[in-house]
Design a binder for this molecule. Structure first.
Ligand SMILES: Nc1ncnc2c1ncn2[C@@H]1O[C@H](COP(=O)(O)OP(=O)(O)OP(=O)(O)O)[C@@H](O)[C@H]1O
Ligand SMILES: [Mg+2]
Length: 235
């Protein structure tokens, strides 16, 4: 990569067609994320956090402006590129875990590696490593229905990190968890960030998450109202 930015966004506008009109969800958003940043997008409900995360993740495309992720320009014409970028270089964590109910922990975590055509022996090694990271080695053969919410989210984290992506996008990952589990998963993600320099972007309302963030971007009505750097005593 030419510079250390994993994401560069310039004058992003996002409008959704509503009836015969448009709703503007993001306007004139310009910002960049450096490699290894641990950032939160915060702001009231409807301020555009998920929309921005989806555009960075290539799940949605900008109306105007440019979005460059890991050296690739994402626009309306780059469907195949976006899919590849997601599969190889990004991990996603959602509020609702999005695990496949008939699959075990092992199989859920293995899925991105199958999509990336990783060979079986290597897959097994990588899945076990990721599952160990999140402390679920004893649940490898359990299905989601047999797991607690915290364990489901830890499985989802293992699935997001198994292919060692450069960038992880997490939309309200602690919304369904109690305080203890929220802190547990934030510690797992902080550890990954520190040891592998994985970049994280969260969308969140959760005060518990904010205590871990090193940068907080405030969104208000589709615009950035503040971009704050936080110093942590432990660095
Ligand atoms: N597909 C869509 N069509 C029309 N409007 C949409 C669409 N998706 C989002 N919006 C609108 O865009 C605005 C921003 O939505 P977004 O989901 O990004 O908010 P958010 O900050 O993530 O909110 P929350 O905290 O409730 O998750 C909202 O007003 C929403 O209604
Ligand atoms: Mg949202």
């Amino acid at each position: 990569m030419q510079n250390s930015a994993v994401v560069t966004i310039n004058h992003l506008l996002k409008q959704f067609p509503v009836g015969g009109d448009y709703f503007t969800a993001l306007k004139d958003v310009t910002l960049s994320f450096a490699r290894g940043e641990f950032t939160g997008l915060v702001g009231p409900s409807g301020s555009g956090k998920t929309t921005l995360l989806n555009i960075i993740g290539g799940l949605d495309s900008p109306t105007e402006g440019t979005v460059d992720v890991l050296g690739k320009v994402l626009d309306n014409t780059s469907h195949g590129d976006r899919a590849l970028l997601r599969r190889k270089h990004m991990g996603f964590i959602f509020q609702s875990y999005n695990l496949l109910p008939v699959y075990t922990v092992f199989e859920n975590v293995e899925l991105p590696l199958i999509l990336n055509k990783v060979e079986e022996k290597e897959r097994e090694k990588m899945v076990k490593e990721a599952v160990e990271w999140v402390g679920l080695t004893d649940k490898l053969n359990s299905r989601p229905a047999m797991l607690s919410g915290g364990e489901c989210q830890r499985t989802a984290i293992a699935r997001a990190i198994v292919h060692k992506p450069e960038l992880i996008l997490a939309d309200e990952p602690t919304a369904n968890l109690d305080a203890e589990n929220s802190h547990h998963i934030m510690k797992i993600m902080t550890g990954l960030n520190r040891e592998l320099s994985t970049s994280f972007i969260f969308a969140t309302h959760d005060e518990k998450i904010m205590a871990y963030l090193r940068r907080i971007i405030h969104l208000d009505d589709g615009q950035i109202s503040e971009d704050e750097r936080i110093e942590h005593p432990q660095g």
